[in-house]
Design a binder for this molecule. Structure first.
Ligand code: NAD
Ligand code: USQ
Length: 397
C-alpha cells in the first residue's frame, strides 16, 4: 500500500511510519515540525535525545529499512499543497496524527486555545475536503481520543466503540431503536477539537462516502518499539514536562530521578492506557482492515487497560520506592470516575496487549534512568490550569 503519514515525526507517528515501512508499505511522512518548535518555545526537550527528521530517515535506510520520503507541510494552512500531494501520489490511505495533542498546552492561554482549534479542526477539514476534491477513494485513519466520551460517571455502563443504541419515542407511543454517535463530553480545548473532528468525519462519510476509521486512543505510555531500537538515531521522543508529558511516563521518569510522583487531587481519575508498541500495531490493523465503500465511520477504542491515577502512582512507588505527592488539581475534571471500555474490535483482529505488569520496570531502567541527566526539574510541575481559581490554588501551594 502507499500510505501518507501526517504527523509522522511525532511520538506516535514516527514509530508507526517505521513499522509500516518495515511491513513493506510505501511511506511518505508529512509534518510541519511544529512539535519540535513548541519544545523550543517551552524551553524543554524530549527526555530521550531525538535526531532530526533527515537523520532519522537516513539512519532508517542505513539499518536496511525501506526508504521513506519526507515533506515539510502545514496541513492546516497549505491546502493546495496537500491536494496536489494527494493527486500526485494517489495514496491508498492517509494516517492522520497531525494535531496539537496536549490538553494542558491547549489550556495555557487564549493563544494556545485558538492555535489548537485552528490547527486541529482546519487540518482535519482540509484533509477531508482535499480527498473529495481529488476524486480518489482514500481511506483515512485518524487518531482520536478516549476523551471524546468524557470522564464523568458512566454509571457502570460500558463505553461502546463509538456508537450508542438509543430508543426514540414515537408519537404513537411506539419506540424505534437507532445508533447515534456516543454523546461527546470533552474535558479540555484539545479534547473538544477531537469531538469536532468526529462531526467532520460523520458528515464527509455521509455526504461524500469518504472511508474513515477513527481510533479513540487512550493515554500512550512507553517509548520505543523494536524497530526504533535498531539504531540510537531512530529513538522515539519521551515527553516528561508539565504540558506534554502524560501521566504514566511522567511517573516513570519521576521515579527514576527520585522526584515525588505528582498525583493531581486524590488520584481518583480513571483513564485508559495503551503501550506505544500496541498503538503502532493497532494502526497497522486498522489500515489493513478498512471500511467498505458506503460503510459508516468505523470507530475502535484503542486502549488495552484502565487504571486510576492514584493506583498507578502506588504501583510505580511499590516497584521503585518513590514517594507520592498529592497536589491541587490544575484541571477541571471529576475527582473520581469509573471507566469500563469495550475494546473487542482490536482484540478480535488479533491484538496481544503489552500490560503494565510486564513493561513498567523495563521502561524506568532502560529509558527514564538512562536519560535522567537530561531532565530539567523546573519543567516537571503542571502549571497550566483550567480556570483562574485553580491557577490561584497552584500559586499558593
Ligand atoms: P505529537 O505532538 O508527538 O505528534 C504530532 C505530530 O504532528 C508532530 O510531529 C507535529 O509536528 C505534527 N503536526 C501538528 N500539527 C500539524 C500540522 N498542522 N501540519 C503538519 N504536521 C503537524 O503527538 P502524538 O503523541 O504523536 O499524537 C499523535 C496523535 O495521536 C494526535 O492526534 C493525538 O491527539 C493522538 N493521541 C495521542 C495520545 C498520546 O498519549 N500521545 C493518546 C491518544 C491520542
Ligand atoms: N495527571 C496527574 N499527574 C500528572 C499528570 C496528569 O495526576 O503529573 C492526571 C490528569 O489530571 C488526568 C490524567 O492524569 O486526570 C491524565 O492526564 P494525561 O496528561 O496523562 O492525559 P490527557 O491530558 O488526557 O491527554 C493524553 C494525551 C492526549 C490523548 C489523551 C487520551 O496527551 O493526546 O488524547 O491522553 S485520553 O486520556 O484517553 O483522553
Amino acid at each position: 500500500m502507499k500510505v501518507i503519514v501526517l504527523g509522522g515525526d511525532g511520538f506516535c507517528g514516527w514509530p508507526c511510519a517505521v513499522n509500516l515501512a518495515e511491513q513493506n508499505h510505501d511511506v511518505i511522512i508529512v509534518d510541519n515540525l511544529s512539535r519540535r518548535k513548541i519544545d523550543i518555545d517551552l524551553e524543554v526537550e524530549s527526555l530521550t535525545p531525538i535526531s532530526s527528521i533527515t537523520e532519522r530517515l537516513s539512519a532508517w535506510e542505513e539499518t536496511g529499512g525501506k526508504p521513506m520520503r519526507f515533506l515539510n507541510m502545514d496541513i492546516s494552512k497549505q491546502y493546495q499543497k496537500l491536494l496536489n500531494l494527494l493527486i500526485d501520489e494517489k495514496p491508498d490511505s492517509v494516517i492522520h496524527f497531525a494535531e496539537q495533542r496536549a490538553a494542558p498546552y491547549s489550556m495555557k492561554s487564549s493563544f494556545t486555545k485558538r492555535y489548537t482549534v485552528d490547527n486541529n479542526v482546519n487540518g482535519t477539514h482540509n484533509l477531508l475536503a482535499a480527498i473529495v476534491e481529488s476524486n480518489l477513494d482514500i481511506h483515512v485513519v485518524h487518531l482520536g481520543t478516549m476523551g471524546v466520551y468524557g470522564y464523568g460517571s458512566h454509571r457502570g455502563a460500558t463505553i461502546p466503540e463509538g456508537y450508542l443504541k438509543v430508543e426514540v419515542p414515537q408519537p404513537d407511543g411506539s419506540r424505534f431503536e437507532e445508533e447515534i454517535l456516543h454523546p461527546a463530553s470533552p474535558g479540555s480545548v484539545y479534547h473538544m477539537t477531537k469531538t469536532l473532528d468526529q462531526l467532520l468525519f460523520l458528515y464527509y462519510n455521509k455526504n461524500d462516502l469518504v472511508r474513515i476509521t477513527d481510533l479513540h486512543q487512550g493515554i500512550v505510555w512507553g517509548t520505543n518499539t523494536e524497530a526504533t531500537l535498531k539504531d540510537p538515531r531512530l529513538t522515539n521522543r519521551f515527553d516528561y514536562d508539565g504540558d506534554y508529558g502524560t501521566v504514566l511516563n511522567r511517573f516513570l521518569m519521576q521515579a527514576a530521578i527520585g522526584y515525588p510522583l505528582s498525583v493531581h487531587g486524590t488520584g481518583g481519575q480513571t483513564r485508559a492506557f495503551i503501550h506505544i508498541k500496541d498503538s503502532v500495531k493497532c494502526v497497522q490493523l486498522a489500515l489493513e482492515n478498512p471500511p467498505k465503500s458506503g460503510e459508516r465511520v468505523k470507530i475502535f477504542n484503542q486502549m488495552t487497560e484502565s487504571h486510576q491515577v492514584g493506583e498507578l502512582a502506588k504501583k510505580v512507588a511499590s516497584l521503585t520506592g518513590a514517594d507520592i505527592n498529592y497536589l491541587p488539581n490544575p484541571r477541571n475534571e471529576a475527582v473520581e470516575n469509573d471507566l469500563i471500555v469495550d475494546n473487542k474490535c482490536f482484540i478480535e483482529l488479533g491484538l496481544n496487549p503489552t500490560t503494565l505488569d510486564n513493561g513498567l520496570l523495563e521502561e524506568v531502567v532502560e529509558v527514564a534512568k538512562k536519560y535522567s541527566n537530561r531532565c530539567d526539574l523546573n519543567r516537571i510541575p503542571c502549571v497550566s490550569s483550567w480556570t483562574k481559581k485553580q491557577a490561584e490554588a497552584i500559586k499558593t501551594n
